[in-house]
Design a protein around this ligand. Structure first.
Ligand SMILES: [Zn+2]
Length: 213
């Protein structure tokens, strides 16, 4: 396979990028100078070397000593999960890192988070491969056993796939909620239907988090 085709295939895996756009990216890179391509290659290498995934919530963060700094066997935690002052009785399930950052910026939530890593669309054949549902159940079970979990908040976008995912996650967590006695809440009213959480304004988001039901 030619280097251009190989790169186009890689770009083609990006969310929302079709084969035509992937090819345009490749031609764009061919027109740029070598220094730009080197900087891009270096930034990609640093991404793998310095960005770690939190062992609790699953979000990505820049690890001070790089990811290789992790002590053997010890999961690295992001600043939020490592913060002893967070309310350990509450866990918010969100789709992606940027949603977490928005809720955090809105200041409406003081518990901990869990990043699901995606949403599932209605005719999904293997949802457990598309979202981190198994790690979520494990995380919730551990938190319920250890930290007296009182509430899991499902904070997903009010879109079709967001609603569908919410039902799926709720069903998966229901047996644990019964076993450990925590409640499963969803965001309150006010969010615009069809609008992804990452585009909600912070005030509306804060209101929806505070008025969860
Ligand atoms: Zn974390």
């Amino acid at each position: 396979m030619s280097p251009t085709q190989k790169l186009a295939d890689l770009f083609g895996e990006f969310p929302g990028i079709g084969p035509r756009q992937a090819e345009r990216f490749v031609y764009f890179l061919l027109r740029k100078n070598a220094a730009y391509r080197r900087a891009l290659a270096l930034a990609l290498a640093d991404l793998g070397r310095m960005v770690a995934q939190c062992g609790f919530c699953g979000r990505h963060f820049t690890a001070p000593g790089g990811r290789s700094d992790a002590r053997a066997g010890a999961a690295r935690l992001c600043a939020i999960c490592a913060d002893e002052g967070r309310d350990r009785a509450r866990l918010m399930v969100i789709e992606k890192d940027v949603d977490l950052e928005n809720v955090e910026k809105s200041g409406g939530f003081r518990g901990r988070y869990f990043v699901l890593g995606g949403l599932i669309a209605p005719p999904e054949r293997a949802p457990e491969e598309r979202i981190r549902i198994r790690p979520l159940c494990e995380c919730v079970r551990n938190a319920a056993a250890k930290d007296a979990l009182s509430e899991v908040v499902l904070a997903l976008s009010p879109t079709t796939s967001g609603e569908h995912t919410m039902h799926y996650v709720r069903d998966a967590l229901q047996p644990l909620a019964q076993e450990y006695g925590f409640r499963i809440a969803a965001l309150g009213r006010g969010l615009s239907t069809g609008l992804e959480l990452e585009y909600s304004d912070l005030e509306t988001l804060k209101h929806a988090v505070e008025n969860r039901k």
